[in-house]
Design a protein around this ligand. Structure first.
Ligand SMILES: [Zn+2]
Length: 141
């Protein structure tokens, strides 16, 4: 077993974390950064819902193409839900994230945030506010 002095340990972790790679998006060819930053922040993709398996092309997509791919996949999933099955959806069991992503959780319309079905599904129940994309079938009377 190796014992590191705290200075050495620090250096070791910085080395381990400084793993940003520049990749080229397999869809649009734009170069993008991939990996955790030396400051210790996780890669941007860690904020996204873990809805892809590692065998899919996800690893090679830039932020905007990944957002689009994610959104398409989510839309397909949302389409399979009914107001009855929505309370038992898969999204509510995913690890909770505090980070909301434009195009996944919400979109902007005239400067207003409009929450998408995915955002409501993660909560797991209806908030009875009559949201536009309510997946639970709530209708305001
Ligand atoms: Zn791209």
């Amino acid at each position: 077993m190796f014992i590191f002095s705290s200075k050495k340990l620090n250096k070791y972790y910085l080395y381990k974390m400084n793993s940003i790679k520049v990749k080229n998006c397999s869809a649009c060819r734009t170069p993008f950064n991939c990996g955790d930053t030396p400051e210790g922040s996780k890669c941007w993709c860690k904020n996204f819902p873990p809805i892809f398996t590692p065998t899919e092309v996800v690893d090679c997509l830039c932020f905007s193409c990944f957002t689009a791919a994610c959104s398409t996949k989510i839309d397909k999933y949302v389409a399979t839900l009914s107001s009855e099955t929505a309370t038992n959806n898969k999204a509510k069991d995913l690890p909770k994230t505090t980070h909301l992503i434009e195009g996944i959780d919400y979109y902007l319309e005239n400067g207003n945030y409009v929450f998408k079905a995915w955002f409501h599904l993660k909560r797991g129940h209806c908030c009875t506010n009559g949201c536009r994309h309510c997946p639970y079938g709530f209708k305001k009377i």
